[in-house]
Design a protein around this ligand. Structure first.
Ligand code: HEC
Length: 137
């Protein structure tokens, strides 16, 4: 009983911490959550851990850009670099707070970058996991 109360309180605290972390990004995340529910059965929310694995994973579609981290660097709190050597400000929301707040910009770059790294569009779950990870660090 006590354990159950403790767990409930803990989950409530964790839940609100996540909500605060993803504050300005929430409208965009909510949109991807609706899409993910429509795309797949059993969608149960986004995961920062899954987003991290996705961000670091190496894919086979392109030798030039095998992963998101190729340009955004393996540490998203650091600045990245385009292929042409132009600086990209950090993807971590704690460093660049206006990340993932302009849905047109977000979609434009997901389309471009998912195509070049994965050779296909990202799913709504991949997009939501990615943003959840970036909002958590
Ligand atoms: C070839 C280099 C490159 C690769 C690889 C790359 N990106 Fe990017 N990405 C950029 C650039 C350049 C921008 C735009 C500059 C900026 O937003 O600072 C950007 C911006 C973004 C944005 C918009 C962020 C915002 O502020 O709203 C998202 C989302 C994004 N990238 C996701 C990804 C994902 C997911 C991957 C891996 C599937 C990826 N990127 C791989 C170069 C890259």
């Amino acid at each position: 009983m006590i354990q159950r109360i403790f767990l409930t309180v803990l989950l409530a605290v964790l839940g609100s911490a996540l909500a605060i972390a993803a504050g300005a990004q929430k409208p965009i995340l909510d949109g991807y959550a609706s899409q993910a529910k429509a795309e797949m059965s059993g969608f149960s929310g986004f995961s920062a851990e899954r987003g991290k694995v996705f961000f670091l994973a190496k894919h086979d579609a392109s030798a030039e850009t095998p992963s998101c981290a190729t340009c955004h660097t393996a540490d998203p709190t650091k600045s990245g670099q385009t292929r042409a050597g132009k600086e990209i400000s950090p993807m971590a929301v704690s460093k660049t707070p206006d990340r993932f707040t302009d849905s047109e910009k977000v979609e434009k770059w997901f389309q471009r970058n998912c195509q070049s790294v994965l050779g296909r569009a990202c799913t709504a779950q991949e997009k939501g996991d990615f943003i959840t990870f970036m909002a958590s660090i």
